[in-house]
Structures are given as C-alpha cells and as structure tokens.
Design a protein around this ligand. Structure first.
Ligand SMILES: Cc1cc2nc3c(=O)[nH]c(=O)nc-3n(C[C@H](O)[C@H](O)[C@H](O)COP(=O)(O)O)c2cc1C
Length: 452
C-alpha cells in the first residue's frame, strides 16, 4: 500500500457550508456559488493539487430545529439557500481530466429508477469519475415536502437504503451485458436485445420490472461513499462503502470510530482495509504559524456561534436554543444523526463539552476538527492523526473560499508531496481505478452476489 494520505475536498452548492458567517469575511467569495466559473476554477485548483475528489454535500431541507423555525438558518445563510450539486459536475468535468466528483444524494426522497439513470449519465459524461455519497437524510423539514408527516425512523431509513441500492446495483451491474452494445453501422443494430435484461425487482419498498435506460458507463456503479456511524449506519456503510466518511472532533473519538469501521468491514465479509476512511478536517494554512493564526482569528471574528448551533441542531435533531450555554451536552435519543450526538456527548472520556464550547468549536469547520498553522505544522499534525488513529485520509473543508482551497493546494500539498505523503501524479483510469489501483467495477460481497 502507498504511504499517501487520501485527500478529498469537501464543499456544498451553497453560501455557507461548515463555517457559518465566514461568508462575511472581506476576502471570502462564497456568494459566487451561483457562478459556474467559480466551480470550474475550483475544479482546476483541486486538480492542480492532485486532490482525489470533490465531495459535494447536500441536504433536502432547511435547518429549522434550532428555535423551532428556519429564521436562524435563513438570516445567517446557514446551508440555505442551497442549490442542486449535480448540475455543477459536467461543467467541472469539462475543465479537468482526473478529479473525481462525489455527489451526495439521499435515498429517502427520490425513486431509484430515474436516479440510477442520472448517475449513469454523469459517469458517461465524466468518463468514469463519479462517486455517490449515499445518505438517508436527517432533516424532517425535507421529508415533509414529500407528502409524509415525518421522516421515517432512523433505522428504517437504512432498510430503505439497502433496497434502494439493490435496485441501483441491478440496473447498473446486471441489466446490460458487457457486449450488449454492438453499434454496427452495416447491419443497423445498435444493441442486441437478448443481452439487455429487465431487472424484475420486487421488494418491500420498490417495484422495478424494466431495463436500465442507459448503456453501461465506464464504472457502471459510481464509487460508493457512505457515512453511517450509528450501529445500523455502520452495518450499512460496511456493506456498501468504498469510501467511508466520519466527522470525529478528536483523535480519541476517531481512533474508536476507525476501529469500529474496520471491524464492521470484517463482519461484512470484507477486508479491513477495503474502504478508505476519511475524517472531516478543516485546515487553515499560511506561510507561517503566526500568519495562519491571524487568518483563523479573522475568520472567528465573523463566524457565527448561532449559525454553529443551527447546524448542530439540524445534525442532532436537538434544539440547542433550549439548552443553557454552560450546561454540558448529554447523550440522548436522536432521530437525526445519532453519531453526531455521541461524538460530543460520550465518546471522549477526557472531554465533557458545554453548549458554549460546541458553539465556539463548530463555528469554523462544523463538527470536524480544525488545524491551523504553517505547511509544516499542518502536515505534521495530519501525519500524527493518521499514525495515531489509523484513518486513511481527510475530507478537507474550507473556511473562507476560494482562499482556503488556494492555500491547501498551494502550500499544504507541496509539503505533503515533499514528505511522500501525497501523489505528484494521478493514476490512470476511472475514479475507482485511481483509488484502488486496479478494479474498474465495484467489488463488494453484495455486488458480487447481485452479478452472479
Ligand atoms: C463527513 C460527513 C459528511 C456528511 N454529509 C452529508 C450530506 O451531505 N448529506 C446528508 O444528508 N448527510 C450527510 N452526512 C450524514 C450521514 O449521511 C449520516 O447520516 C451520518 O453520518 C451517520 O448517521 P448515523 O450516525 O445516524 O448512522 C454526512 C456525515 C459525515 C460524517
């Protein structure tokens, strides 16, 4: 295995992703999320830095748990307004050759039949550079717009997701045989009908009798990313994930999570190292420690603690406006992201978080940690996190944009390359081939079974 630290960039098609309020910073250009130029330039910057993939988060709903309404989210621009991530990808792919695109889409609101076609379309247009971050949704405010009174219960959302993936795998992996497309101009036969199969899926949640509408794309199944971290979520991510995302605030928490994921992979009949585990990580890097610290402080001046608690309320399903700032955050039931509650309430025996500390911590970088310093300092710390926790790499989040991205690719990347911890060239092939070094097709026990 290589000595490389895996690096994704983590963003969202919105004004303010994980550092609420920083859009007000004098150098920040987040408002340009509405310009295609902004995204195309970002893709080029990330490709210059040999970043594996741009991971685009998404939610279908507004953060209205804090205070019981969406006022704080709207007035602070906290992940709202929010545009669709998919539309950005073909434009970014057109100005890059190697950067991958990991798009988030929830299985809770959209039927798998059209969704599978959309992903195949993207996989064709990007020449096999697409990934899918499979999420089950956590905002009730999203679910109710689909005509239900509330989102499904936490574990049942994963049951639906399991079947959703089964339908997608059948469409992507089994509907069209490799040699179904003949495209013979002489005979006028494009596809051999006997080699294109209806999937005949009939399950508890979905009924899909027909064929996949797209012909096989370079990867067929996009690279599957997942972030389930509760007991049921972990079982799901270990079954499907080729990349697994976590957001651990400390090394102690991350060490436990990584060990849990490796064990879950083994329990799912997979190699312990068969999925790349990436922790969310905001880095603020400048030429010197002092300069980086100064930048960080200038972000903190405009970052919004209320915005941070608005995010935390959405993630945990717990209204933080009702909690006293100096009270400690205790473990409690959640129908949103159970692991987000546990990460701050009980996972670290050395740390009891107060609400004020959480607000302070999460206003830059959200629920993931922040590292501030010169390229040497940041690279040292990233290496220490990897050595100590066994994590494979990071989803790097920006504080101010595009400043953070330019600093990461211009300063941190060369330092990591110098240490042999980051590649200097991309490997050839599709996103999956680049990441695994070999296989173009997904190769988990569940997809092996479906292909049989
Ligand atoms: C780094 C990271 C990024 C995530 N991005 C999204 C996202 O964009 N949209 C979403 O609905 N959920 C997102 N999630 C939430 C996960 O999909 C999942 O609900 C959560 O991590 C685990 O839930 P569980 O603990 O309840 O199993 C993300 C989680 C992590 C750790």
């Amino acid at each position: 295995m290589s000595n490389y630290i895996a690096l994704n960039a983590f963003s969202m098609n919105t004004l303010s992703h994980l550092s609420p309020g920083v859009w007000r910073h004098s150098r920040d250009e987040a408002r340009r999320y509405l310009d295609l130029d902004y995204w195309m330039q970002l893709a080029k910057t990330l490709e210059d830095g040999k970043i594996d993939a741009l991971f685009l988060a998404d939610v279908l709903g507004v953060y209205d748990v804090y205070g019981g309404n969406s006022d704080a989210a709207l007035s602070g621009g906290v992940q709202v307004p929010l545009n669709d991530p998919l539309a950005l990808i073909p434009a970014m792919a057109s100005v890059t050759e190697n950067l991958g695109f990991a798009m988030t889409a929830a299985v809770s609101y959209e039927h798998p039949f059209p969704f599978a076609r959309r992903m195949s379309t993207l996989d064709h247009l990007t020449k096999g550079r697409v990934g899918w971050n499979v999420v089950t949704g956590y905002l009730n405010s999203g679910a109710v717009n689909f005509g239900v009174s509330a989102q499904e219960a936490h574990d049942r959302r994963y049951d639906i997701a399991d079947e959703y993936l089964e339908v997608c795998y059948k469409l992507w992996e089994t509907s069209w045989q490799d040699d179904a497309v003949i495209a013979d101009k002489a005979t006028g036969v494009y596809a051999e009908p006997s080699k294109v199969h209806p999937i005949n899926h009939e399950g508890e949640f979905f009924k899909v009798p027909g064929i996949h509408l797209s012909e096989p794309s370079p990867q067929r199944t996009p690279v599957i990313y997942q972030a389930g971290a509760s007991k049921r979520g972990l079982e799901f991510s270990a079954k499907h994930g080729e990349g697994i995302f976590v957001a651990a605030p400390s090394r102690t928490v991350l060490t436990k999570q990584v060990a849990g994921i490796r064990q879950a992979l083994e329990d799912a009949g997979r190699e312990r190292s068969s999925a790349t585990i990436l922790n969310q990580q905001t880095v603020i890097v400048a030429e010197t420690d002092a300069e980086a610290q100064q930048m960080f402080e200038s972000y903190l001046e405009v970052a919004s603690p209320v915005g941070a608690l608005t995010l935390m309320s959405g993630w945990t399903g717990i209204d933080f406006s009702k909690l006293k700032l100096d009270s400690t955050f205790e473990d409690q039931e959640s129908n949103a992201i159970q692991s987000a509650v546990k990460a701050f309430s009980q996972a670290d025996p050395d740390k009891k978080w107060t609400i004020r500390e959480i607000a302070d911590y999460a206003r830059v970088g959200g629920d993931g940690p922040v590292i501030v310093g010169s390229p040497t300092t940041v690279a040292d710390q990233l290496e220490e996190w990897v050595e100590e926790t066994g994590v494979d790499g990071f989803n790097l989040a920006a504080a101010a944009v595009p400043e953070s991205w330019e600093q990461i690719t211009g300063l941190l990347v060369p330092e990591l390359q110098k240490r042999g911890r980051h590649k200097t060239e991309y490997s050839p092939g599709t996103l999956r081939e680049k990441l695994t070094g070999n296989t173009a097709r997904i190769n988990t026990p569940v997809t092996q079974n479906i292909r049989k």
